[in-house]
Design a protein around this ligand. Structure first.
Ligand SMILES: Nc1nc2c(c(=O)[nH]1)N[C@H]1C(S)=C(S)[C@@H](COP(=O)(O)OP(=O)(O)OC[C@H]3O[C@@H](n4cnc5c(=O)[nH]c(N)nc54)[C@H](O)[C@@H]3O)O[C@H]1N2
Ligand SMILES: Nc1nc2c(c(=O)[nH]1)N[C@H]1C(S)=C(S)[C@@H](COP(=O)(O)OP(=O)(O)OC[C@H]3O[C@@H](n4cnc5c(=O)[nH]c(N)nc54)[C@H](O)[C@@H]3O)O[C@H]1N2
Ligand code: SF4
Ligand SMILES: [Mo]
Length: 890
């Protein structure tokens, strides 16, 4: 086709289209809140374009220094953002309420379609029954039970449900932040901390050195902050990556990559501190003003070998532990100690492993030693990224009464698997109350204990935490579970008695994002100078309905006071008028906001915008005059932002020194200072130090596995999206050239990856981007199985690759309640990638993964011959032939 032909056909395709704007945060990219310009035609999204809400005629790169500095840049989506249409219109999309026939768990039952009426009546009946039988703590709602809250939308009026402390992302950092800096993440998220510890993206232009220590922002923080990192690097910001993998960030941003053995970062940090002391590269002015003297001296003595262990933590000491040459450590320390300011971030995942909370603490202490923790161009290296918001957004008012019931905090968010595994033992008297409290991270000895018999799922919670076999067994063992899912074959659907089809909120209908998070979506951490209104999108497909309608209908069945509390304004709205009614309430909020002349003037409007204008351009920005840096607001007020007992940064925590930490919510041993202790003590640490090179298990499982987030998924969302799974990406086990050779593995070979917790089948990606002795499987692969149980595989072998099936969920004295995302594994070749039929190429295209998914859906939906299809596929894959062909031929 000639140029004119292409233009014509493209014009034709778009005739009669409607354009609307939305965003796509789903906790998968730290709510990067990119702006998506959607083209809709005939009820489908036909294209998604990037943000043009600012500098529409310039590219992001050409909008000028002034605009860039002030944060006036386009919020452009990543590949996932562009590919949502495949997720929305997928053939596996769940379109009707479904009821399970048979027991819960993969291979144990299947689903049949039911009416909404039957679904809602059954759910409400079961909720009432379980609350009566087990009390208010028998029901667990899975959406973000973190930060001492719970997303259960009916809790305040129905008076049931409970929350948790800790959280999956940040728990490895939270203890150190609280104990050494006096920063309480729970308070930060509620705006109760006296100063925000985050920073704004343009502050990267103030940094001289950027250390991405176990951080891969090009993947994990794709939004504007990562764009500013790239710009700053182009303008000369020296950048170093310390990571066992040669990451995309290393490739795109780094001047130097320092590979390090996973889990040994603390040793390198101590050696860096040793050089800083030895060569007097400490920022004395900062330390004198803000650091507790006593603790600092204890730390100095420990690092310099004047403490009890008598070991000087030199680079030569750290080199054999970390596999980083002593010279590299020394040169790094010198650069780190002399360049100023330094942005050093030690990221979430590294801390979610054995000793991880100690290395997280040590990274904060390094930033304090060098005076880089609270200044322009520096950062906290903690988990806390929030900054004060800059732009006032409207707020829809649903006239909800706050209710009397506050969900009690009963456990550590990351101990759910353990609760489910051990609650029967506790309630039947096999273990003591004290044992149970210790196992589940009970926050104090007086709070009630859970007996979970109903789980309400609104995510992929079965799949996304460690020890999938144990987790599935516990989750399948409750009386009744139900939940919302996007796809029929979502692993968590296997754990439900009823599944309800969920809208993809940002494109369909007008629901909130998460409960309490409205459609006015604020910019992400690093860039809170704008918000996007997610305008009304598509009509719901199939029988999908608003989740808020579902909750309202359930509330009605639970009693008048529940529905009066939850949704007084909408309770009598008919289902067909529902989205219009929601939209009217958003419009009302907008009108009130637009009537506020002060806000309009502040935001630079020269007239009062109309609802139509706002929907056509729903991205509202302010300019960043001076970028925020950590703790700026308290420092500006002349207050200490550090809420420790001494109001200073405590290198050695006075709280720890004066409390019995085994009876604290962490319920574990902790030293006042981060100290290196690699020892594996049987009985003390138990099997849980599954990721440590010092664990005797290393002889059977010699590879240290990391499970980073993937650029192709928001956690597990998009694993089903053919654009993301088949076209561009091979979900594989990364293994280094030497480790592959020793096992006779070639790139593309089918492998069994296993640990003492479970196994999964993956092809090998043989690459020297992964250092020897380590392996990597990206997080978010779906647990999909034919359902043939064996001793190793409680519900059947995983054919698709969730790394969580390989990981232990046990907690350690030195991992204070974080989710565990690392472990020890072995990799073994099963079939040749070049073999006739089963091809590395076929797998590279994800054909087997996609096929297993469809077979799984068909089995669950009990399509004719479906059980056979799954079995055929599994068999074919195991025999080394192409499962997709095998099924087609069957
Ligand atoms: N091994 C390993 N495990 C990890 C991690 C790791 O790095 N490694 N990371 C951990 C971290 S930090 C996190 S935050 C968790 C995340 O774990 P989850 O919160 O479980 O994350 P998602 O997979 O994104 O869940 C989204 C899915 O929920 C379902 N869903 C139901 N209702 C809704 C709805 O209203 N909206 C949306 N968007 N989805 C809905 C959809 O089917 C969707 O696909 O995973 C943790 N697990
Ligand atoms: N595209 C995308 N982005 C996401 C998400 C997503 O699902 N998809 N999830 C979001 C969420 S909720 C969260 S919590 C964050 C998580 O964000 P991160 O914690 O930054 O994520 P990871 O990719 O798991 O880990 C970062 C790097 O640490 C390295 N690493 C692992 N173990 C060690 C170690 O012991 N030492 C060192 N030095 N490095 C180590 C890994 O190789 C990886 O490159 O990501 C967010 N961003
Ligand atoms: S998934 Fe991609 S497009 Fe969507 S908000 Fe995150 S970074 Fe932006
Ligand atoms: Mo997270």
């Amino acid at each position: 086709m000639d140029k004119q032909g292409i233009i014509e056909s493209s014009r034709k395709r778009r005739e009669g289209e409607r354009i609307f704007y939305t965003s796509c945060p789903a906790n998968g990219c730290w709510d990067s809140a990119c702006v998506l310009k959607c083209h809709e035609k005939d009820g489908k999204i036909i294209a998604i374009e990037p943000d043009d809400s600012v500098n529409p005629n310039d590219s992001r790169e050409d909008c000028g220094w002034e605009n860039t500095w002030k944060g006036n840049v386009q919020m452009r989506p990543c590949a996932m953002g562009h590919s949502w249409k495949k997720e929305l219109h997928a053939e596996t999309r769940l379109l009707h309420p479904m009821k399970r026939v048979g027991e819960k768990g993969p291979g144990r039952g299947y689903f049949v379609q039911i009416t909404w009426e039957e679904a809602l009546d059954t759910i409400a009946e079961k909720m009432i029954e379980i609350k009566e039988k087990y009390g208010p703590y028998g029901i667990f709602h899975s959406q973000y039970p973190s930060f001492e809250k719970n997303g259960f939308p009916l809790a305040p009026w129905w008076e049931a449900g409970f929350g948790a402390w800790g959280e999956h992302s940040t728990s490895g950092h939270a203890a150190g932040e609280m104990l050494h800096l006096g920063v309480d993440l729970t308070k930060v998220t509620r705006g109760l901390q006296n100063s925000m510890p985050g920073f704004e993206a343009p502050d990267f232009f103030n940094s001289k050195l950027f250390v991405m220590w176990g951080m891969d922002p090009v993947v994990a923080w794709f939004g504007p902050t990562s764009y500013y990192m790239q710009l700053a690097h182009e303008y000369g910001l020296k950048t170093i990556v310390i990571d066992p993998r040669y990451t995309q960030s290393a490739e795109i941003l780094a001047d130097q990559w320092i590979p390090i053995r996973p889990g040994t970062d603390l040793a390198m940090m101590l050696a860096v501190a040793q050089v800083l002391f030895e060569e007097d590269l400490v920022d004395h002015a900062f330390v004198d003003e803000w650091v507790d003297k006593e603790g600092f001296e204890e730390w100095r003595a420990y690092v310099m070998g004047e403490g009890e262990d008598g070991i000087k933590k030199t680079p030569e000491w750290a080199a054999p532990i970390t596999a980083v040459p002593a010279e590299t450590i020394r040169e790094f320390a010198r650069l780190y100690g002399t360049e100023k300011p330094v942005h050093l971030q030690y990221f979430y995942s590294c801390a979610k492993r054995h000793m991880g909370d100690y290395s997280a603490s040590a990274s904060m202490l390094l930033q304090a030693m060098t005076g880089n923790i609270a200044c322009h161009g520096g950062c906290e290296s903690g988990a806390c990224l929030p900054t004060p918001g800059r732009v006032p957004a409207p707020r829809a008012d649903w006239h909800r009464d706050p209710g009397d019931y506050q969900v009690p905090v009963l456990f550590n968010n990351n101990c759910l698997t353990e609760i489910l595994a051990r609650q029967d033992d506790y309630w039947s008297g096999k273990i003591t109350e004290s044992e149970f409290r210790h196992l589940i991270g009970s926050p104090n000895n007086d709070c009630p204990l859970p007996n979970i018999q109903m789980i309400i799922f609104e995510n992929n919670y079965g799949n996304n935490h460690s020890n999938v076999n144990k987790r599935f067994a516990g989750m399948a063992n409750t009386e009744f579970n139900w939940g919302f899912q996007w796809h029929m074959n979502q692993p968590t659907a296997e754990l439900c008695d009823i599944i309800l089809p969920a809208p993809v909120w940002q494109f369909e209908g007008m629901d909130e994002y998460m409960y309490g998070h409205q459609r006015f979506v604020s910019g992400p951490n690093g860039m809170r100078n704008y918000f996007t209104f997610c305008a009304r999108g598509l009509d719901f497909p199939g029988e999908v309905r608003s989740k808020e309608w579902v909750w309202t209908e359930i509330a009605k069945r639970l009693g008048d006071e529940v529905v009066e509390g939850y949704n007084p304004r909408m309770k009598d709205v008919a289902v067909e008028d529902w989205v219009d009614a929601q939209e009217a309430i958003y419009k009302e909020a907008f009108e009130k906001w637009a009537d506020n002349a002060t806000i309009m003037a502040y935001l630079g409007f020269d007239h009062r915008p109309t609802w139509e204008e706002f929907n056509a351009h729903p991205v509202i920005r302010t300019e960043i005059d001076e970028p925020y840096y950590p703790f700026k607001s308290a420092l500006d007020r002349g207050e200490s932002p550090f809420n420790t007992p001494t109001k200073k940064i405590e290198f050695s925590s006075n709280f720890v020194k004066t409390h019995d930490m085994t009876e604290s919510r962490w319920r574990g041993r902790i030293d006042p200072m981060p100290v290196w202790s690699p020892s594996y003590v049987e009985g003390d640490i138990g099997s849980a130090s599954n990721d440590g090179f010092y664990n005797p298990k290393v002889k059977d499982y010699p590879l240290s596995l990391v499970t980073p987030v993937s650029v192709y998924r928001q956690h597990s969302s998009n694993d089903n999206n053919p654009y993301m799974r088949e076209d561009v990406y091979r979900h594989a086990v990364w293994i280094s050239g030497v480790d592959a050779k020793a096992r006779g593995i070639k790139d593309g070979d089918l492998c069994r990856v296993y640990s003492d917790r479970g196994e999964t089948m993956l092809t090998a990606y043989v690459t020297n981007r992964c250092m020897p002795g380590t392996a990597a499987v990206h997080h978010g692969g779906w647990y999909q199985t034919g359902g043939e149980a064996s001793e190793m595989n409680v519900f059947g072998q995983d054919m698709r690759g969730t790394p969580n099936i390989l990981l232990d969920d046990g907690h350690l004295p030195h991992i204070l309640g974080a989710l565990i995302i690392a472990g020890l594994v072995q990799v073994e070749k099963v079939a040749d990638g070049d073999a006739e039929g089963f091809g590395g190429e076929a797998e590279r295209g994800g054909a087997r993964g996609a096929m297993v998914a469809v077979a799984c859906r068909d089995r669950l939906a009990k399509k004719d011959g479906a059980r056979d299809a799954a079995a055929v596929a599994m068999e074919a894959a195991e025999n080394g032939s192409d499962p997709a062909c095998a099924v087609e031929n069957a």
